[in-house]
Design a protein around this ligand. Structure first.
Ligand code: ACO
Length: 256
């Protein structure tokens, strides 16, 4: 990396331009997961005490983070049996999550609420959560995520691959999702061949491969140029000897 003479800040800027700036933060969360500090769980209202506690904690985070959303409405959806929630748990405490309604036959989910606890925002948890949801839903043959994004969160959704260009046919979703005022309908297409939670590692591996091979190629080109020069000199030994002698004579004539 140093060989390129790029400053750390320039590399970060370049990564952000490429849309892979999230990868470092996502890697940090992955490490926390590997160390068993953090885990992600898909839960629903199944009457188990543990899940009811998690859902209650998650409902409180949503209410705090989306204060304009009526509390009764949040409770209704989070505890509705047709909705599922992917919650993020750290040291047995819920830090956030995403509540969604899956429509398995129609191959799409509607994201109803998404929230990370205030003190934990912008650390990469929101990205990791979305990547985990993408992998989970992909394994259930879901092809589209649809959501009415809060206008404050449009930037976040764009960074997770959402856009307001809706590819999923309207007749599939129009009677299944609720229209919201003050939100923008956004969609992300889920690609079966991508393992979203491994994206950072894979992108980092591709980046390392590219950089290493660029150096190898440049090194090889230098060596090849050198060998070409030796070859030319060998082929034209006599002419070279003649030119050197001529230069020597000229030098002598001029300076002696
Ligand atoms: N607007 C614009 N960009 C954002 C926002 C935002 N509100 N929140 C995060 N980002 C950006 C981050 O800066 C980061 O960008 P970078 O990778 O280029 O540096 C990227 O999005 C990912 O950040 P994460 O740290 O992974 O996200 P975070 O853990 O903060 O979670 C979330 C994002 C869920 C939006 C969180 O900020 C939150 O809970 N906000 C309040 C509640 C909210 O707005 N929820 C969404 C409502 S819409 C709905 O529920 C359908």
């Amino acid at each position: 990396m140093n060989n390129l003479n790029l400053k750390e800040s320039e590399i970060i800027e370049a990564e952000q331009d490429l849309g892979i700036g999230f990868s470092k933060r996502n890697l940090n969360i992955q490490k926390e997961e590997e160390q068993g500090e953090v885990n992600f769980k898909v839960i629903s209202n199944d009457n188990s005490r543990e899940n009811l506690v998690y859902l209650t904690n998650f409902k409180n985070i949503i209410s705090k983070q989306l204060p304009k959303m009526p509390k009764e409405y949040i409770v209704r959806l989070v505890f509705d049996r047709k909705h599922e929630s992917l919650v993020l748990i750290k040291h047995n405490k819920v830090l956030g999550g995403v509540c969604y309604r899956p429509n398995y036959e129609e191959k799409f989910i509607e994201i109803a609420f998404l929230a990370i606890s205030h003190t934990e925002q912008v650390k990469g948890y929101g990205t990791r959560l979305m990547n985990k949801l993408k992998d989970h839903c992909s394994s259930k043959n879901i092809e589209y995520f649809l959501t009415y994004a809060d206008n404050n969160a449009i930037g976040y959704f764009k960074k997770q691959g959402f856009s307001n260009y809706i590819k999923c046919k309207k007749e599939i979703w129009k009677d299944l999702i609720k229209d919201y005022d003050g939100g923008t309908l956004m969609e992300a297409c889920i690609k079966k061949h991508i393992e979203y939670s491994m994206l950072s590692i894979n992108l980092q591996a591709q980046k390392d491969f590219l950089i290493n091979n660029t150096f190898k190629f440049l090194e090889a080109r230098k060596v090849r140029r050198h060998l070409e020069l030796v070859d030319v000199l060998n082929k034209h030994k006599n002419e070279v000897r003649f030119i050197v002698m001529m230069l020597f004579y000229i030098y002598e004539i001029l300076y002696y």
